[in-house]
Design a protein around this ligand. Structure first.
Ligand code: GLN
Ligand code: ZN
Length: 766
């Protein structure tokens, strides 16, 4: 029999119950026991739901109060020394301290910083980076996965425990304070894994899922040996258990041999990310191995073409026999929203094309039944599925011939400004008349409770368009007035109309749609609701011109128009699966190009196109990066190059790791880039110098992630540092990122200090 399985289910709850519970615990509204009760309810709901949807085996241990990598670190007792943990097991407060840090007493006493957080492969989920310190001792410090297995059992559910495997755990970790090389710790973590496996066996588990997503990425040389050693040892230690190694997010490629040689019972492949592995594996699957085939895409919101999936699966069953094949989503469903049935407002046609986690689980079950009993047994479902697929392919909502034609006719001319930066710069400087080291901000100003309240009231229909518009204008007047008074050189309108930089434009572009409850976990209790790109993208009318032009009408200083770039729009949305991402980005780019030109026509002389997601869109495999950078750079250039030479194009990126992508950043051909730099104390600028970065740079001098108001001296020193590395005539002075999360009480003095710091440096440099 072909098993229908799943690698992981969203843990946030269908109505973000986990967020509410965890945040209530943090604020003292719930105690540990109540939090645990709520968490158990979510787990129970998830297990029963998956079973009722027809899965033969459901995962356990995939639940987490914060993050599964943190859970694994805790399981292994890898608690950094700074948390002062000495007990047998890791308590809840130590756990959350690792995730969020300890605040201390307000004077900084007792404050302990959180562990670092970073993106989980190429998803928008963030995990807590394990810290590997010298002198660390690994030992079992949490039996969470065993407890959850037992909990499922008591509900009559025979679940499959999920562990993050030892090799991926170590590869994802970072060595701190000259700590050990991660993989050198393998022999120290394996005994803890052995201990956990033994406990799971005693508890009655039979099959264990070992997630090894690093198998889908470029591996260091020692990794193949580490995989062999790890799984030989674990299999020997637990001969009665069947270990299934799960790889996802990418093809195994050169790691396929390593994976096939592991002495484990099963291997999971993500076949939605290029099905090459499956072809290459044909005829080579060792007899002892079961193949779990991830055909249902766990990274998007579209229904699976079931007939096409069966075309992939049936030959595998023919070759291996039904007992050695499992059907599963491509990866954990953590990255999809929970339940499409909750989308009450969604247009029925759109709904008929979509599937969230619950529906995807149902698809997996249908596919397994079809493999076992023949397509006839699920004929009704297949017929309905095929009908929806056909309707989607043909729908006018998706296909707009005008858009396709325009995107198809993009040529070199659309990718280039008239003149190179060198020749544009003097024209811009003459037109703008800015002082040296011009000061500006990255776009948003504090999103006060009043702004949020008013926007929500307008959204609910309680506040009409007229009064809302008037409210926004008053906000803009305030923000512009403050900037003038503070002495900033290039002003912004402050983005009061935007709750989110992607959502705002998504709501105004044809081809995008929004969900009401399509939340996915971003990190901890933070969830995001990405828009869905369902069809060809077109801009029916200007999106930001009125408010930006209004801001410009209030002042003689240049106002900077503020747009979200095509790569970020695509990266932070669920994208369509019926055309390459590059094509979607090109369509979005054309829409933004029109907006840029309209802003210019409305009198804006400076326009910023934010691309904070530019770097995270990079493929996991270095071999795929050039292709990505090509289309990503082109998309930005399409969006930005339609302006006059004396119109200044800015871009913004909120990180400081530019080494790998500096040449691509230069190819964007923006006139000015602002970036995060204050925390690394301008370290990144060295790379800009070595690379001879051609245009202007605004390295952030004010860390907006902290409530701290940076004093003038400190920013002055940062500017001086920057001016000693890069030519001062190509330097700007700005914060690290937007100010939306800060308060006016912080922003007012901080920006006054920033202006003062720039003035001091100007005087110094004469
Ligand atoms: N313009 C945006 C803002 O200031 C940029 C946000 C970002 O880079 N993430 O809020
Ligand atoms: Zn930013």
């Amino acid at each position: 029999m072909t098993l229908a399985t799943n690698l992981g289910f969203p843990r946030i709850g269908a109505r973000r119950e986990l967020k509410d519970a965890v945040e209530a615990y943090w604020s003292g509204g719930l105690d540990a026991e109540e939090l645990e009760t709520r968490a158990a309810e979510i787990r129970k709901g998830n297990w029963l739901l998956q079973r009722d949807e027809g899965l033969d085996q459901v995962p356990c241990g995939d639940f987490s109060l914060y993050d599964h990598v943190l859970d694994t670190a805790v399981m292994l007792g890898a608690v950094p020394f700074r948390y002062g943990w000495e007990a047998e097991t890791v308590d809840l407060d130590t756990y959350f301290a690792m995730a969020c840090g300890r605040a201390g007493d307000g004077n900084g006493n007792g404050a302990v910083p959180a562990m670092e957080m970073t993106k989980w492969f190429d998803t928008n989920y963030h995990f807590i980076v394990p810290e590997l310190e010298p002198g660390q001792r690994f030992r079992l410090a949490s039996t969470k996965v065993v407890d959850e297995f037992t909990e499922a059992r008591s509900l009559g559910i025979d679940a499959r425990p999920v562990l993050l495997g030892p090799v991926s755990f170590l590869l994802l970790g970072k060595s701190v304070e000259d700590g050990p090389h991660p993989l050198s710790l393998l022999d120290e973590v394996l005994p803890v894994y052995e201990d956990v496996l033994e406990r799971l066996r005693v508890a009655g588990a039979r099959r264990i899922q070992m997630d090894e997503p690093c198998l889908g990425s470029d591996l260091p040389d020692e990794a193949a040996g580490a995989y062999r050693r790890a799984y030989r040892r674990l299999t020997e230690a637990a001969p009665e258990l069947e270990l299934l190694v799960a790889s996802y997010f990418g093809e195994l490629r050169e790691n396929l041999d390593t994976a096939l040689a592991l002495p484990v019972a099963g291997l999971h492949l993500d076949v939605t990310r290029g099905g090459e592995d499956l072809h290459r594996i044909r005829g080579r699957v060792p007899d002892h191995l079961t193949l779990s085939v991830g055909v249902v895409d766990g990274r998007n919101v579209w229904r699976t073409d079931l007939a096409a999936a069966l075309d992939v699966l049936e030959p595998v069953v023919d070759e291996l026999g039904a007992d050695r094949v499992e059907v599963a989503p491509s990866c954990s469903l953590l990255h999809t929203p929970v339940d499409l049935d909750l989308e009450e407002d969604l247009d029925p046609e759109l709904r008929s094309w979509m599937a969230f986690a619950r529906q995807k689980v149902g698809e997996v079950a249908t596919l397994a039944r079809a493999l076992d009993g023949g397509r006839e047994v699920v004929e009704d479902v297949l017929t309905e599925n095929a009908r929806a697929m056909e309707a989607r392919v043909a729908s006018e909502r998706i296909h707009d011939p005008r858009v396709k034609e325009r995107a198809g006719s993009v040529d070199e001319g659309l990718l280039r400004r008239n003149r190179p930066y060198r020749d544009r710069a003097p024209l811009q400087h003459a037109a703008l008349g800015l002082p040296p080291l011009p000061t500006t901000t990255v776009g948003s100003f504090p999103q006060t409770a009043e702004i949020r309240r008013t926007r929500a009231a307008h959204r609910r229909g309680e506040l009409g368009d007229g009064p809302y518009e008037a409210f926004l204008r008053r906000q803009i007047e305030e923000v512009v007035g403050f900037q003038e008074e503070a002495g900033l050189d290039v002003l912004v309108h402050g983005e009061p109309e935007r709750s989110d930089m992607v959502e705002y434009f998504a709501e105004r572009l044809q081809g995008f749609t929004a969900t009401t409850n399509g939340w996915v976990q971003s990190y901890g209790s933070r969830c995001v609701k990405p828009p869905v790109i369902l069809g060809d993208v077109r801009r029916p009318e200007p999106m930001s011109v009125d408010l930006t032009a209004y801001a410009q009408s209030l002042t003689d200083r240049p106002v900077k128009g503020m747009l979200t770039g095509p790569v970020t729009m695509v990266q932070w949305s669920f994208v369509r699966d019926d055309q390459p991402r590059s094509e979607t980005a090109r369509q979005v780019a054309l829409a933004i190009r029109d907006e840029v030109r309209d802003l210019e026509a409305a009198g804006l002389r400076v326009i910023q196109i934010d691309e904070p997601a530019f770097r995270e869109g990079m493929p996991l495999r270095s071999a795929d990066r050039d292709a990505y950078l090509r289309w990503a750079v082109d998309a930005f250039r399409i969006a930005s190059s339609g302006v006059r030479d004396d119109t200044q194009i800015h871009t913004h990126m909120c990180y400081s790791e530019f080494n790998e992508i500096l040449d691509a950043i230069a190819e964007l051909d923006a006139d000015v880039i602002s970036l995060e730099a204050s925390r690394s104390r301008m370290e990144l600028l060295g790379a800009f110098v070595r690379f001879e970065y051609p245009s202007e740079v605004g390295p952030g001098v004010f860390d907006i992630h902290s409530p701290r108001i940076p004093p003038v001296d400190e920013m002055e020193e940062l500017i001086l540092r920057a001016a000693s590395t890069l030519p001062p005539e190509r330097l700007w002075v700005n914060p690290d990122c937007g100010l939306k999360t800060r308060t006016w009480e912080e922003v007012r003095p901080a920006l006054r200090n920033l202006v003062e710091a720039a003035e001091r440096v100007r005087r110094r440099l004469g």
